[in-house]
Design a protein around this ligand. Structure first.
Ligand code: NAP
Ligand code: ZN
Length: 349
């Protein structure tokens, strides 16, 4: 168990560079570590923000990828949760302190010591972390989840970020029967959010820039669909929603969306544009409204989300690509030309 594990990866040497094939060494297994043979890795818009260094502080060379599914290839001596051959997933985080109040509460993403992200981060020994555009990864068992048998490993991979990032706030803000929920932006996160909100029993409206995706939105469980490029939309829908989940990767007109909330309604942002948004405080005061944000979700909740997806036949709609197509896929995501998530077939790496 003391040898390191060589892995082919796709890496970018600096911000906005093209992807290159190279190799890295994954650490030798510690007692609670699991070695995973990665089969599929989704492309999240956060990968693009990071690889382009749009949020700043990028650690290069960078191997993105935090929507990882694969099979357990080896386990450390003290591993109890998994066995060789198990179908598993890894999301946005690979370590946390485990003892602070948030970790104890299952909210590892808000760890006070600082959660270790799957890539573009440093582990507690100071080593850079490398993500899922990779043949292998070594992760401590606490941050590995089981993929239910009903979910294929390719379609399951986007659930590890897009799935939990939308499921967690929908649960936290109690999307359910009797609630009207609007999903803003129908990309990787948005198209999964529609499915979760609808399965939770909420009445779902999709707010997308054009009418192009209407038919698919309705097939995912939306009841209504409106184009935000049409100014009438904001008149028609004024004061209607209990909850708005904003999944847009760019800045939005926050005041316009706040005007769609009922009294006591909440606009929750999960989309993470690099530049600040602006809003007028009157948009909140005039309806005792709230504006909020949410980061991914905890590990136990990620397992709950996967089990919920399996039980409710929820699955991301994906386009599987090979390892040579990632630069092109980034360009297409930036043009919103993906229905609705690219997933890399890691066997081509
Ligand atoms: P995506 O697949 O590119 O989807 C984003 C959607 O936003 C697009 O499909 C488009 O929807 C809309 N959009 C894009 N550009 C726009 C613009 N200029 N104006 C208005 N709408 C625009 O991205 P994603 O992977 O779902 O990620 C979305 C955002 O969430 C990213 O910023 C990502 O970093 C962030 N994120 C946050 C977390 C978290 O924990 N909070 C986790 C994962 C991702 P329409 O075509 O329907 O209008
Ligand atoms: Zn993501």
């Amino acid at each position: 168990m003391c040898q390191t594990h060589q892995s082919n990866v796709l890496s970018v040497s600096h911000a906005k560079a093209n992807f290159e094939r190279t190799t890295i060494e994954r650490r030798a297994l510690r007692p609670h570590d699991i070695l995973i043979d990665i089969q599929f890795s989704g492309i999240c818009h956060s990968d693009i923000h990071s690889a382009f260094d749009e949020w700043g502080g990028g650690i290069f060379p960078m191997v993105p990828g935090h929507e990882i599914t694969g099979v357990v290839a080896a386990v450390g001596d003290d591993v109890t949760k998994f066995q060789i051959g198990d179908r598993v997933g890894v999301g946005c985080f690979v370590d946390s302190c485990g003892t602070c109040e948030y970790c104890q509460n299952g909210d590892e993403q808000y760890c006070t010591k600082g959660v270790v992200q799957t890539y573009n981060s440093r582990d507690y020994d100071g080593e850079p972390t490398y993500g899922g555009y990779s043949q292998k990864i070594v992760v401590t068992e606490r941050f590995v989840v089981s993929i239910p048998d009903q979910l294929p490993l390719d379609a399951a991979s986007p659930l590890l970020c897009a799935g939990i990032t939308t499921y967690s706030p929908l649960k936290h803000w109690k999307a359910g029967p009797g609630k009207k929920v609007a999903i803003v932006g129908m990309g990787g996160l948005g198209h999964v959010a529609i499915q979760f909100a609808s399965a939770l029993g909420a009445e779902v409206t999709v707010l997308s820039r054009s009418l192009n995706k209407k038919e698919e939105a309705l097939s995912f469980g939306a009841k209504d669909y409106f184009a935000t490029s049409d100014p009438d939309t904001f008149q028609t829908l004024a004061g209607q929603y209990d909850l708005i989940l904003n999944t847009v990767s760019a800045n939005i007109n926050v005041d316009a969306y706040l005007s769609l909330l009922r009294v006591d309604g909440t606009l929750v942002n999960v989309g993470a544009p690099p530049k600040p948004d602006q809003f007028h405080v009157f948009s909140l005061i005039s309806g005792r409204r709230s504006i909020a944000g949410s980061l991914v979700g905890g590990i136990q909740e990620t397992q709950e989300m996967l089990d919920f997806a399996a039980a409710h036949n929820i699955a991301p709609q994906i386009e599987v690509i090979n390892a040579n197509q990632v630069d092109e896929a980034y360009e297409r995501v930036l043009k919103s030309d993906v229905r609705y998530r690219f997933v890399i077939d890691i066997s081509t790496l």
